[in-house]
Design a protein around this ligand. Structure first.
Ligand SMILES: [Zn+2]
Length: 359
């Protein structure tokens, strides 16, 4: 089996592709990386300078000893740190069918193919059938870049619908206005339509860094505003105090995809059977039987750390997913180190909304 390797050196705009055997992959890429030295393939040298993150997106590969998948991701990362003998390296280990090493200007990507046995396919189908009942439909947003306008359309970034000319939420920490992350016109949703708008605002001010000063990753942070509002008429206009206002991306269409609960959530749902690691990894590779990453409406949350549904502050009920934001997909924002954020809503109390993220 050969591994397909792509190396991009962004600063110089260079790109090379190679097919390497497993041994060569270890010898020429994994080991040099761990030693943080230069990498030389077929006579081309790529300098790994200031590498600050390593992502391994596959387990059935030479890196198996150091990366095992989401369940063991933290210990794998720690082990990698020890193996590499370096500090300041913060590896992210996940389980997709690729691996890449990222530095300031270097990205190496490994893509491999491996044969799957019939017995494995059968175990895979069995596992899927057991969680079939928990399948939900998630809706992916399709966006179009538009000129910024105060209106009631569903959008990511840009100008919000405002009821008055002072309606734009302000950050209590820096006194700037909060950036619009999301506006959903509930009448235009693909399902569960209702009246009004849901708006999510978030302080993106870098100085002071309200996001970390006021712990915006926890639900109900004061530098985040989520609200459900009615539409009394045409939007008011307000010139916001925001250093760099996001571009406006109108959500023009939704497309359906199947979505499944994260294994972290299985216990709580009463799913009590074990899936073998190799099957679980295959599910992630095929993006089937697992929660979807990326931006989506409804469906199941992709939990990066653990299950973190907020509770309604009035009735104590567990909130459910309204919208998931992945870092830098449609939104020009990274939640920490490429984390994922969740806008949740209280099922019986739709005025209770919360946003939190983890990485
Ligand atoms: Zn602020």
């Amino acid at each position: 089996m050969k591994y397909h390797v792509r190396i991009i050196q962004k600063q110089k705009g260079s790109e090379w592709m190679f097919d390497l055997s497993k041994d060569k992959l270890i010898e020429q890429i994994v080991n040099p990386y761990l030693a943080l030295s230069n990498l030389s393939i077929n006579g081309i040298t790529v300098e790994f300078e200031e590498i600050n993150r390593l992502e391994i997106r596959r387990t059935e590969n030479p890196m198996k000893q150091i990366a095992y998948g989401i369940k063991r991701r933290k210990s794998a990362a720690k082990k990698l740190q020890e193996d590499a003998g370096v500090t300041g390296l913060s590896p992210v280990v996940v389980t997709y069918d690729e691996a890449f090493i990222t530095g300031n200007d270097v990205l190496a990507e490994f893509i491999s193919e491996r044969p799957i046995s019939k017995a494995t396919e059968k175990r895979y189908k069995d596992a899927l059938s057991k969680i079939e009942n928990y399948k939900r439909i998630a809706y992916r947003p399709h966006i179009k870049n538009v000129e910024r306008k105060h209106n009631s359309k569903s959008k990511i970034g840009g100008l919000p619908y405002l009821r008055t000319d002072t309606d734009w939420p302000e950050c209590p920490n820096c006194k700037n206005n909060l950036q619009l992350f999301l506006q959903l016109n509930l009448n235009e949703l693909p399902t569960n339509k209702s009246d009004g708008l849901v708006q999510l605002f978030y302080c993106t001010n870098p100085d002071p860094l309200c996001e970390s000063d006021c712990r915006a990753f926890f639900p109900f942070s004061k530098v985040v505003a989520c609200r459900k509002i009615e539409l009394p008429g045409k939007s008011s206009i307000q010139i916001p105090k925001i250093e760099k206002l996001f571009e406006e991306k109108e959500i023009v269409k939704w497309s359906e995809e199947f979505d499944y609960p994260h294994s972290e959530e299985w216990n709580q749902l009463g799913i009590n059977f074990e899936i073998d690691d190799d099957i679980y990894e295959l599910m992630y590779e095929r993006n089937e039987g697992v929660p979807l990453r990326g931006d989506k409406l409804f469906g199941w949350p992709f939990w990066v750390q653990s299950v973190e549904y907020p509770k309604d502050r009035i009735n104590g009920n567990q909130m459910s997913l309204l919208f998931q934001f992945d870092s830098n997909v449609n939104l020009s924002h990274s939640f920490g180190d490429l984390g994922i954020g969740h806008l949740t809503i209280s099922p019986k109390n739709p005025n209770e909304l919360a946003f939190g993220w983890a990485c």
